[in-house]
Design a protein around this ligand. Structure first.
Ligand code: SAH
Length: 347
């Protein structure tokens, strides 16, 4: 297989050192360049004023350097959440979300342009998958938001558009770079990757023994219920997925998060809650209930408030850690499942 070649901002410090010395430059220039990209968040080579002009010119010519272009920002009137629309160098668009919590600021990034997983309740998948994002395009969502808000980011959730484990190599490189002490240096413990459950890649990720949190989108507590909502369930049986979660915990010691979107009349009954308790019993986990965010293309409705409370209560009685997700940015279509692929006309 041909080795994938990365753009400059997707390269590790060691890779850049090799390039720089092959260019006949001193190796400390690599560190300077890396700092400009990943700490000072430069938008182009010209901003890198302590690099010799001749080097900047050579780099510009031979190593394309792109940054996201901010197209639109919407701010929620309810909670101050901001949704960003960015244009990529090839003209595609992606969305990212910035959220403020007591414990710090969180950025929710996209991992692909579109998505091919087809979950029935999610807007991100409606137009299919266009392409994977590169490591630099994932990093750049955070960098652009830090530049725009002038605030520190302490948490990252890979829960925007796309299935991160369908873009495995780029995701892994992104995680390593964003947590690297020579870059933004965000603790892996503050990074969450959410997957619809691609079993072999969950196991691969477990073997990397990272300290990130793995969130599994469960949404159904039996194989049949899950199949109704998530096509990926036709490929992997629910027991295999849960086994992969156990394996992740065994390998990393990191507690699993289960995401369960409550859809009125579909998966929010007492029997559903009981099955869920059985399914996850004995697993070190946290269940995050998400009242489904309706999207206009589907007729799923949110669970009634008392059903949400009842569901939560059932889990608590079985001593399962459970919280109801505070939905941020609903009024700007910035909440779970509301990000969508955008096109030139931005409709
Ligand atoms: N592809 C990944 C990450 C993206 S979605 C995954 O499947 O986990 C992030 C979370 O939002 C997932 O749990 C997803 O199932 C959930 N979600 C999608 N659409 C939703 C909606 N309309 N309402 C509530 N949650 C939704």
């Amino acid at each position: 297989m041909e080795k994938e070649s990365y753009d400059m901002k997707s390269m590790t410090l060691d890779e850049i050192k090799t390039i720089i010395t092959e260019m006949g430059e001193k190796s400390f220039r690599a560190k300077q360049l890396y700092e400009w990209m990943h700490i000072k968040l430069a938008r182009n080579y010209d901003e890198m004023t302590n690099l010799p002009k001749s080097l900047r010119e050579k780099l510009t010519k031979n190593y394309p350097y792109t940054s996201l272009r901010e197209v639109m920002v919407q701010t929620s009137k309810i909670d101050g959440t901001k949704k960003y629309l960015f244009a990529l160098a090839d003209g595609n668009y992606i969305e990212s979300v910035w959220m403020q919590y007591h414990h710090g600021n969180s950025v929710c990034i996209s991992s692909q342009v579109g998505c091919r997983m087809g979950c029935r309740f999610c807007a991100s998948t409606l137009d299919g998958l266009e392409r994977n994002l590169t490591p630099s395009e994932m990093l750049d969502q955070i960098y652009a938001i830090v530049r725009s808000t002038k605030e520190r980011v302490s948490n990252i959730v890979v829960m925007g558009t796309g299935e991160p484990l369908d873009n495995y190599d780029n995701l892994l490189r992104f995680i390593q770079m964003v947590s690297d002490e020579n870059g933004l240096h965000i603790s892996q413990r503050n990074i969450t990757v959410s997957t619809c459950g691609i079993v072999e890649n969950m196991r691969r990720l477990a073997d990397e023994k990272l300290q990130i949190t793995l969130a599994l989108s469960l949404h159904g507590s039996t194989q049949e219920k899950r199949q109704e909502l998530m096509p990926i369930a036709n490929k992997y049986a629910i027991d295999e997925v849960i086994d992969a979660c156990r394996y992740y915990f065994a390998q990393t010691g990191r507690r699993i998060t289960f995401e369960y979107s409550l859809v009125g009349g579909i998966n929010d009954t007492e029997a559903d809650a009981e099955n869920l308790c059985k399914l996850v019993s004995g697993l070190n986990c946290h269940v995050n209930l998400i009242p489904v965010n309706p999207i206009k293309e589907r007729d799923y409705v949110v669970s009634e408030h008392r059903n949400v409370l009842c569901f939560q209560n059932k889990l608590e009685k079985k001593h399962i850690n459970v919280t109801v997700r505070r939905e941020m940015g609903r009024d700007i279509d910035g909440a779970c499942g509301q990000l969508r692929r955008r096109f030139g006309d931005l409709n």
